[in-house]
Write a protein that binds this ligand. Sequence first.
Ligand code: AMP
Length: 580
Amino acid sequence: MEPIVGIDLGTTNSEIAYIIEGNAIVLEDNDNGIVPSCVGLDDQGTILVGEAARNQAVAAPERTVLSVKRRMGSDEKIRLGDADYLPQEISAFIVKSLKSRAEKILGRTVNRAVITVPAYFTDAQRQATREAGEIAGLEVARIINEPTAASLAYESEQKAPRRILVYDLGGGTFDVSIVRIEEGVVEVLASTGDNRLGGDDFDQKIVDLLAAHCRDQLGLKLSPETDPMVFARLKRAAETAKKTLSSAPYALIEEDHIGRKKFQDRHLSYELSRTDFEELILDEVDRTMESVNQALKDASLLPSAIDKIILVGGSTRIPMIPRRLEAKFGRAPHGEIDPDLCVALGAAIQGGREMGIDATGVLLDVTPYTFGTSALGEVNGQPCMTTFVPLIRRNTKLPAARTEAFCTLYDDQEAVDVKVFQGENPDALDNIQIGKYTFELSRQPEGSVVTLHFDLDVNGILKIEAVEKDTGKKLNAVIENALSRFSEDEMAASRERIQTLWGEKTAPEDGQTAVQANTLPPDVSEMLNRAESLLDDASVEDRDEMINLMEDIADAARAGDLEAARERMAELDDILFYIG
Ligand code: AMP
């Protein structure tokens, strides 16, 4: 049977996938299968595609083309070396490189492909994409929409009609689409977004912050025009820190010899917290949520009519994104299929169908349970010493790792009980406790940070590490069979046993107290969500006032000052009452 591969021809990255033994697989060539959508010429005039081209982008911008997808459908000439090329010709280099990769791995020629495009692409842009495939020597069996492909990756076997919201935040573009899928047939109901918004903007925000730090603390006046190499280093460091913050509460950015002042080398060392990063990108994330509202409006649907939310694009790994979507829709979005690869996998599933193979899907190792710890917080609006704080959520692809920060509750706290729970209930005591370790602290002031790291592998081995941030003091533990299933009876028995052991669900033992989670109590997030959903209906003045109050409430709640948060919530409630 002649193979039909699936290609995701992205703005930042591209991938090629194929059905092997009934499962869609992204084709890797000693890499992770992600090929930067970058084309260049080296100093000998040889064509470079992917990582090699991206690596020379700063040093040789005149010989490198980035983000050609933005120009597809135009007849703009792109200069590369001594010649001019059309956008589809530059894209054809990327397709050709993907085609060779597939031929090398599959050991046969590949002549046909399904290629994906954004749902908003015009006929001219689709035609240019088809031509890119043909110039590269591929017959384009089908052009399909990216949200369609993502839905196929998740729902190819679903028969009943489902409405799916696809939130796609990549490196340079943001798209949100609502699709309806029934018996594998997908219809796009609404699609909107911003093709100038993505992870690159987040990197830039960090770069700006670092440049300001270099100016204020190191006395270095840097500008992208005069110091392009330094800015390239800052950009790389910024992207690495951003990615670190997706699984850890802090990222240390260190760049030696970043500049010279008074005949001395200056070194950059800056710790960025996730909280500060989230503040930096708040406006951009708000804009994506406005587009989500717009898509719902365009499809004439309420949030409750959405059956599933799918995360696509590398930037959806930023924890704030699923958190905001969960707050809006009241259910966790799905990101278990690698968000960078999901579209290519869906294209391969469509390719499989074109070949007449129907029963195809994506093979996944995910955790069936959420793993977390307990901390001081609230459950159903009531203060609770045992609020469940999830670290690794159900349906996360394995292996998975995550670090969270907690604060001690009082000066000279002697110890903290690190408890590990498996389950989905907001009160940790209703979940299954699978580990408990006493971590002796070194008597620091109140609010000292203890980070807790969970690392869960495909074999169910859960490694736990608690670190006292200021001293580096550590506690390590391993739970060997964290994924073993509890039957309902075992679950009930275990719950009872744990509750008896605990006695009342009140204060922990002396000197070994819970730590405070950096999460919002449910009534606070509920109020913030309600206010957010009414922002569009508010007058300009009310809107400003609401935003200020919302920020104050979130800040106060995060700082643990629930009284101040509640006072401001009462003020916000008054405004909301009049808006509706
Ligand atoms: P895409 O265009 O879908 O390939 O997404 C690429 C973007 O995702 C880039 O801006 C990456 O920096 C970003 N990205 C990839 N992994 C992560 C991560 N773990 N956390 C935050 N952003 C990420």
